[in-house]
Design a protein around this ligand. Sequence first.
Ligand SMILES: *Cc1c(COP(=O)(O)O)cnc(C)c1O
Length: 449
Amino acid sequence: MHSLLARAAELGAGYRAGLAERPVAPAAVDLAALRSSFGGPLPEAPTPPSDVLEQLARAAGPGLVATAGPRFFGFVIGGALPAATAADVLAAGWDQNGFNAVLSPAAAAAEDVAGAWLKELLGIPAGASTGFVTGGQAANTAGLAAARHHVLAEAGWDVERDGLAGAPRVRVVASEERHATVDRALRLLGFGTRAVEPVKAGPQGAIDVEDLRKVREAGTGPLIVCLQAGNVNTGACDDLRAAREAVGDAWIHVDGAFGLWAAANPDTRALLDGVELADSWACDGHKWLNVPYDSGFVFCARPDVHAAAIAYRAAYLTGAGEVSGMGDLTLESSRRARGFAVWAAVRELGRDGVAELVGRCCRLARRFAGKLAEGGAEIANDVVLNQVLVSFGGDTDALIRKIQDDGTCWLGGTTWRGRRYLRISVSGWSTTEADVDRSAAAILRLAGQ
Ligand SMILES: *Cc1c(COP(=O)(O)O)cnc(C)c1O
């Protein structure tokens, strides 16, 4: 076991060492070949663990994408920080179940401390509960479950006991540019996507507060308002203070999967003005905090509501609902002790380092936009955070394929307001000015062909 774990760490480290110079995506992936190198039928006989590890490394190698490297700009992806990666390796060795403080007092303590640190960094009230969930999707689902509990309890309805059939109708108001995971959360929670009363988005993709006010005033009854910090295309953040004023005491849930991190830097904090006025918040760890997958956070201003919506009880579960109530705040029962990596990331960076990570990514996004604009590209958004939308006219998807095949960097495309764009997200700690310049040069060269 000892040499095996050491070998696994060594293989991971070797991969990391080559990341900056390997092509970002494998050229011409042959999925069938990949599948066959993982082997065919169910093995009948055992294999020595060390052989398994070597086979896995060999089989996976050609199909790995350098998302952890410095020139991956697709989706919103941040390569995991050194201490966070190492902490996750250690957590795998420890094999702790982050269910509660009986199963892992260490995991509970790390999450207590890391949760407090996160709230301070993000401008969330210190009294809020923190659930260490799998990511933004789970955080939106958990936050909206708390919202559902609260607005229906206020209307005299116990949704956990009686479900939604026959319940007072809940209004869900959200921007037309909300993230698709909000819709999925609404589906899973039994509201259905048709429950959404859409609000217009302004020119940069933030919610139109006047329209929000109008939509709110057009109806009555229990009300959940979904706001957003960090439009997935433009990076725009809703005006949270004005939105609170516009919706009175409705439950406000903020999807801040990556944009919430703007609060951790003094230069971008103003984008999150009023963040403390919300009732629940969703945030990712694996995007901008650069911790390994899967890692996200749901915060709730009312811990009792959070637990009432999500906790479950069984006679054999000693410790459930005690201490940090870990399993009462997340959608899983048994889970990986993901708090260790979060603790390690924040410990590694400190308040200054987190601010610097956020600030650097924003600065590099502006640099990217500047270089591409100099080369003749149109930049469609105000680059307020780490997101850049780029057009060269012409066949955008053909250009995206060329960029991906070239391998210098990787970015994806998006459709925003009816037009196709290259979509750049700078979210990783290891990206440098040189990486941005090299990537911009490659993009301009390919666009010029
Ligand atoms: C990425 C993202 C999500 C979903 O987060 P996952 O961690 O992928 O589940 C939700 N909302 C926004 C705004 C996002 O950018």
